[in-house]
Design a protein around this ligand. Structure first.
Ligand SMILES: Cc1ncc(COP(=O)(O)O)c(C=O)c1O
Length: 380
């Protein structure tokens, strides 16, 4: 526990809350959650389930109809060869990732994590007693395939991939995914494919890592409802993978969460139905991405290309002449705009992360405030 770091992103949130408690209007660009309401058909399904008394424990792996619906989604949309037994429903995809790491990683084993990466992966591996091998991305955030290949050794157990990526928005190409699948299959290492931003894609087609040849007994695909259906607070996600790994993860669930909330599972089932409006949200994210990208580039001190996925920008801030922690502090304390230092994602102190999951009006105001801080300190 002493080796475990506090969540850097939640630490920022504490600072934000403290400013807000003094009545200060903080524009939050640090949070990774859609600002939209959960679609109505989903809320109604939960409401109906509660009124009908569907408020008790469920089977620990999830209700059969939801496991089946997830398996069907993964077969038809993602090309994965999975059935009910390959699927575990969890209270959030974070929990699924945690179970997978706990189930697979033994004391002293190594886990490859291409960076920049979501900070929780490293901490999960630490809890399991494993060691992380961070492999920094190349220019433009494409994964360093050769670097990953040469990091593999006899202690390597797992590789954790996340595309579309948090924090960069980078989407792995088909060639990159294919090369990584080859490495995994040649060296027989497990791959945890975090596909939570699957639908936040502004160009091209999404490819699931598990659909590449030679890896179907090695891949645990994790996805969830938080981002696609604006359901962050509902806490519902899932994992799909080899039966023995899923069974091990289910044992962890039996002895910790017991099961995901019953009526939330009914809501998730409704979310997967074709009537749920997802497209309009994605189109709105695209508009916001383009807007914030061009605003930041116009400031002179930031450099960023529009990423193909997720809802984050991870600009190069070297033009400011200061590092990410200092810049984020200035932006928060003086501009009242919260962002996340690149430091938190594997030591990228020359970048900050801004989430554009906020209204255009707030993004416009945030851009003005950021510009104001840069100008005041001669950083632009
Ligand atoms: C890359 C990544 N994986 C997983 C999660 C966890 O999502 P959930 O709300 O489903 O636990 C997040 C949330 O921020 C994320 O950014």
């Amino acid at each position: 526990m002493l080796n475990l770091k506090e969540s850097g992103t939640l630490k920022i949130l504490d600072k934000v809350k403290s400013l807000q408690s003094k009545g200060i209007d903080v524009i939050q660009l640090d949070v990774g959650e859609p600002d939209f309401d959960t679609p109505r058909n989903i809320v109604e399904a939960a409401h109906r389930a509660m009124l009908e008394g569907f408020t008790h424990y469920t089977p620990s792996a999830g209700i059969p109809e939801l496991r089946d619906a997830v398996a069907e989604k993964l077969r038809s949309e993602n090309g994965l060869d999975v059935r009910r037994e390959n699927v575990l429903i969890t209270p959030g995809s974070k929990q699924a990732l945690f179970y997978a790491v706990m189930a697979l990683v033994e004391e002293g084993e190594e886990v490859i994590v291409p960076t920049p990466a979501w900070p929780s992966y490293v901490e999960m591996v630490t809890v399991a007693g494993g060691t992380v091998r961070e492999i920094p991305a190349k220019d433009g955030f494409s994964p360093d395939i050769e670097g990953i290949k040469s990091a593999v050794n006899e202690r390597t157990k797992l590789m954790i991939l996340n595309s579309p990526n948090n924090p960069t928005g980078y989407v792995y190409t088909k060639e990159e995914l294919g090369a990584l699948a080859e490495i995994a299959s040649d060296s027989r290492i497990y791959v945890l494919s975090d596909e939570i931003y699957e639908k936040m894609l502004y160009e091209g087609e999404f490819r699931s890592f598990g659909s590449f040849p030679g890896v179907d007994d090695l891949v645990i695909t994790v996805n969830g409802f938080s981002k696609t259906y604006a359901m962050t607070g509902w806490r519902i996600g899932y994992a799909a993978g080899p039966r023995d790994v899923i069974a091990a993860m289910n044992k962890l669930q039996q002895h910790s969460a017991s099961c995901p909330a019953s009526f939330v599972q009914k809501a998730a089932l409704a979310a997967l139905s074709p009537e749920t409006p997802v497209r309009p949200m994605i189109e709105e994210f695209r508009r916001r991405r383009d807007f914030l990208c061009s605003e930041l580039n116009r400031m002179g001190a930031f450099k960023v290309l529009p990423p193909k996925g997720a809802f984050y920008l991870f600009p190069d801030i070297s033009g400011t002449g200061i590092e990410s922690v200092e810049l984020c502090n200035l932006l928060l304390e003086e501009g009242h705009v919260s962002t996340t230092p690149g430091e938190a994602f594997g030591g990228f102190s020359g970048h900050i992360r801004l989430s554009y999951a906020n209204s255009m009006e707030r993004l416009r105001a945030a851009a003005d405030r950021i510009r104001g801080v840069l100008e005041k300190h001669g950083l632009a």
